[in-house]
Design a protein around this ligand. Sequence first.
Ligand code: GLN
Length: 198
Amino acid sequence: MRIGVIAIQGDVSEHVESLERALAERGATAEIVTIKHKGIVPTCDGLVFPGGESTTLGRLILREGIDVEIKDAKEKGIPIMGTCAGLILTAKAGDSQVEKTHQHLLGLMDIKVNRNAFGRQFESFEIGLDISFLDSPYNAVFIRAPAITEAGEGVKVLASIDGKIVAAEQDNVLAFAFHPELTDDMRVHQYFLDKLFN
Ligand code: GLN
């Protein structure tokens, strides 16, 4: 089993550590690799897109030719998880800012995103979030977080705040607007690992 973390930009090491921890918690082993160039994605059984800056991430993924490999992985049913900027990348469409700047999105999910949905006042916050697959709230850390403003029929909404969708799933792709890699609670990473190990 091999899990790849897109390591072009963003909080990569936090995801690597969280995955290691979550694997240890469930007594499982997997090789975790960081991805900066093409050629590695096709060897992975699971993929993670970290938080960071989605414009930069999208541009570099395209430049390195990794975008095509990711789309192939999605088609093959490889579990994929995107957090924060990673959620933005999974989207099919974005807000006017995304459109104006011709920001590159991967279109893995039938969702439309607002890149900075939680304006200035709420740029960063933590909240006890009810997530549909958990039986108690998750302390979710939001940092200049996006939200999903439209979701197609095949998309399962996993969590919302005041009508803004902040977690969703479609087929083998999971997207979270917050940063599960920044807290000690491994339940979100476990949900992702369930898809790999079950
Ligand atoms: N809103 C940021 C973006 O557009 C993402 C912020 C984050 O990943 N913490 O890229």
